[in-house]
Design a binder for this molecule. Sequence first.
Ligand code: PLP
Length: 373
Amino acid sequence: MAMDEVERRLREAYDKDFHFEDGHVLGSMCSKPEDIAVKYQALFAEANLGNRGLYPGTAELEEELIADISGLMHLKGGWGQVVGGGTEANITAMWIARNLSGKKKILAPESAHFSMKKAADLLGMELLEVRLDDDYRMDVDDLRRRIDKDTAVIMAVAGSTELGAVDPIKEVGEIADDVFFHVDAAFGGMVLPFLEELEMWSEEWDFRVESVDSISTDMHKMGMATVPSGILLLRNREYVNLISVESPYLTSKRNIGLAGTRPSGAVAGAYAVIKTLGREGYRKIVRSCMENTRYLVEKMGEIGLEPVIKPVMNVAAFRTDRAEEIRREMDRLGWKISTLRNPKAIRIIAMPYVTKEVINDFTEALSDALKSL
Ligand SMILES: Cc1ncc(COP(=O)(O)O)c(C=O)c1O
């Protein structure tokens, strides 16, 4: 194809996509990445930390990025790697837990992300769902009843996909004393530290809880970085041996983790954004998202929709038996929202691009739609 024909085709496809800046995407957990992240992801497009010896500069950036995120999550002297996202991080954590224990049972809350099902399937493990309490957090009593000699791992969620609920990590940690304990903070990892600093929320949820062995967080969600930039942190760097193989023909003799070639431009992107925003920048973003979440709850209340839980973070779900019908109608009108299965609700993520103006336009459109449904 001629260059201008290829470009026309690419532009046409781009225009079919939804874009965060259009202000109609209310159901995505991904960032609209900061410009600096996009710029440096492009510069490092050929970097591949799977062949580390060729990219000593990118490797330094990854080490600094991991050190910064470790600091944020109160981890000293552990190990970390940039991975493709929350799914890869969860699978890798389960892989470690299985190889460490030789056991198969995963105990995870009913609210766990569907990536846990993939992890169990791939690793030949058994996923057992722990009930939730009235606040949609893992029920610690049910967990206590379910744990047994075959349990390989307990996982908890710090910021559930559907509601942004945070499991009681400290209490779970007391039960998980002798068992591998993974915390999935894919969304919450770049929210909770700043909510704490803003004194808007306070619970120990990270490596301050001594039995926490691993935490995952995504820079491409509330980290304001580009896709794909997930992070997996481990308290004990020895565990790396459980997920590495010899890689004789590469510049590094051991290949660690799931991916061979690692798309490492995102490392540079995440590095650029974290260093330019700093804690103050993230605090500002989180504060504004929480203000907008409160505003959203208020506006939804005015049209008769109440939240399932008082939002802990910038994820809000509103009860309605007609959730699927509403989603379809709003979709027809160009609004992208999502739904929950249980309880029936529509869900909105107040990402930074979901401004008060967007909320006004959306609730007005929703109010009209509800009258005609
Ligand atoms: C809590 C949680 N864990 C894991 C994931 C999976 O992340 P990814 O889509 O980056 O693989 C998500 C995605 O929304 C999530 O919310």
